[in-house]
Design a protein around this ligand. Structure first.
Ligand SMILES: [Fe+2]
Length: 492
């Protein structure tokens, strides 16, 4: 980026940017006090990664969110932004405030890590850039000793025109947080450049329902495949393995990670470093719950390797996971991850037909993980999954061939927020030969409300009438409970 004259900056984007001091500064370092001709907070505000004393606040300046260059209608200047955090929804009793710089390198997104807050309380926040003010977001810090944690499990929100009944109904509930296990966007045929991914994220973020959910609850998010490309694995696109494909895919993945970071309320430590991004992490909720959030895409082994050598998590993350589970002092140990962990054989005769993009493509790694959980006597393990656009309650086994063998953990697979499930009939046909699947439904869109207390984990599958009909309330399709006395899940 070259240097811009004051007049060029003023003309950029037709925003009426008033530049304080441009002489001798490179364009990217110009700090401006903008006067916006139109609202720059078109993508809303969000919070994430709640702890007992901290929260991440997010927004992005984008007066023209769908501008094809991916810059959101912003000129290439750094813009100072004020943020405020208060204890009241009118943001009068401000307890923290600060200044963040929205830089063009991050598409004018900001991630503010606030610390030193009171535990277990509600806060309200907003941003200001020049004379423009963002909507007020609500968020919460986690209690030191929670008697109950309640969260929504969400995934797979293909664009259905801008309205999301799932998020509209979710926003009305009493939740502490939202756990999103991927397919936050769906790449399109021509999605390839950083600009493409930025525009796509911005389009999704224009949904008033998605914005509402972000304004109501802190999110904890991890990506799956469609944030990058269908069924990608590590350095490999699903399209093929020749060197040209891989070189091109490396650029695509870099762009996709960058745009994902720019649009979600993630920690600064999640910022991609040009090679990859650190998405696996652990959150603690007192003595009640530990949540291990996984990345089951970036560290997969080469898909051409035989199953005996195939790894889903990569050795470093796998060790981190088992080590953390073994040390965890909490009553419940949840693993939030992407694809379904339970085996599922679609062949209704004597053969075997598996979905190899899911954990069924990594059988030895899955056995190693489940055996590791059993051997370490991990307390009340619960696996949370998405990806498959349908609702499942599964018993996870080491010996899948013997329905009477011990259950190591319970898996709750959430329905999609909006994505369809054309494979529901195939699943239904094969259910009798997969007795560890206790419940399946492929008809309904929605999310799972997980209520975790010292005595039990309850999962209510909340369904909406249709993906985009926001006038209808959510209903509970089915409820399942794991009692705090060892593995085993029952309808409730
Ligand atoms: Fe999906």
């Amino acid at each position: 980026m070259g240097r811009l004259s004051r007049r060029q900056v003023l003309a950029a984007g037709g925003l009426g940017i008033f530049v304080l001091a441009t002489e001798g500064l490179s364009a990217a370092r110009v700090r401006a006090v903008p006067r916006f001709d139109s609202d720059p907070f078109t993508l809303g505000v969000a919070s994430g990664e709640p702890t007992v004393d901290g929260i991440v606040l997010w927004t992005r300046l984008a007066p023209a969110p769908l501008a094809p260059d991916g810059l959101g209608g912003m000129p290439p200047v750094t813009v100072p932004m004020e943020w405020e955090l208060a204890t009241d929804d009118r943001v009068r009793n401000v307890v923290r405030r600060g200044c963040a710089y929205a830089v063009p390198e991050l598409a004018h997104s900001v991630h503010v890590e606030v610390q030193g807050l009171d535990s277990g309380r509600e806060y309200f926040y907003r941003f200001r850039a020049g004379d423009a003010q963002s909507p007020v977001g609500r968020t919460v810090t986690m209690p030191v000793a929670p008697a109950r944690i309640r969260f929504a499990l969400a995934s797979c929100q293909v664009w259905v025109g801008g309205r999301y009944a799932s998020y509209r109904t979710m926003a009305m509930e009493d939740l502490d947080l939202v756990v999103h296990v991927g397919d936050y966007i769906y790449e399109e045929d021509a999605t390839e450049s950083l600009a493409d991914y930025r525009v796509l994220h911005a389009k999704y973020k224009t949904s008033p329902d998605l914005q509402l959910a972000h304004r109501q609850f802190p999110f904890v998010s991890t990506f799956d495949d469609h944030e990058v490309q269908n069924d990608w694995a590590a350095a490999y696109p699903s399209s093929g393995y020749d060197n040209n494909d891989q070189r091109r895919f490396a650029q695509i993945r870099r762009a996709a990670f960058q745009a994902y970071y720019e649009h979600l309320p993630l920690r600064l430590s999640a910022r991609p470093d040009g090679q990859g991004m650190r998405a696996y992490r652990r959150l603690r909720f007192g003595e009640l719950l530990e949540l291990s959030v996984l990345d089951t895409r970036q560290y997969r082994s080469d898909p051409r390797l035989p199953d005996s050598a195939a790894s889903m998590l990569g050795p470093v993350q796998e060790h981190w996971l088992l080590d953390g589970l073994a040390r965890s002092p909490t009553t419940w140990n949840a693993i939030a991850q992407q694809t379904m962990m339970a085996r599922f054989d679609y062949d209704i005769e004597s053969g075997e037909r598996l979905n190899k993009d899911q954990w069924d493509g990594f059988q030895i790694a899955r056995d190693r993980l489940l055996r590791g959980i059993a051997d370490r006597h991990v307390v009340n393990p619960v696996v949370l999954s998405g990806d498959w656009h349908s609702s499942w309650v599964n018993e996870l086994k080491i010996d899948w061939m013997n329905p009477d063998s011990p259950t190591v953990a319970t898996e709750f697979v959430g329905p999609s927020i909006s994505s369809g499930c054309p494979w529901a009939a195939d699943v239904t046909l094969a259910l009798p030969s997969n007795p560890h699947v206790r419940f399946f439904d492929g008809e309904h869109r929605g999310w799972v409300r997980c209520t975790v207390t010292p005595s039990a984990w309850r999962s209510d599958y909340r369904s909406v009438a249709s993906a985009d009909d926001t006038a209808q309330p959510a209903e509970t399709l089915t409820s399942w409970t794991v009692e705090n006395r060892g593995p085993g899940v029952e309808p409730s």
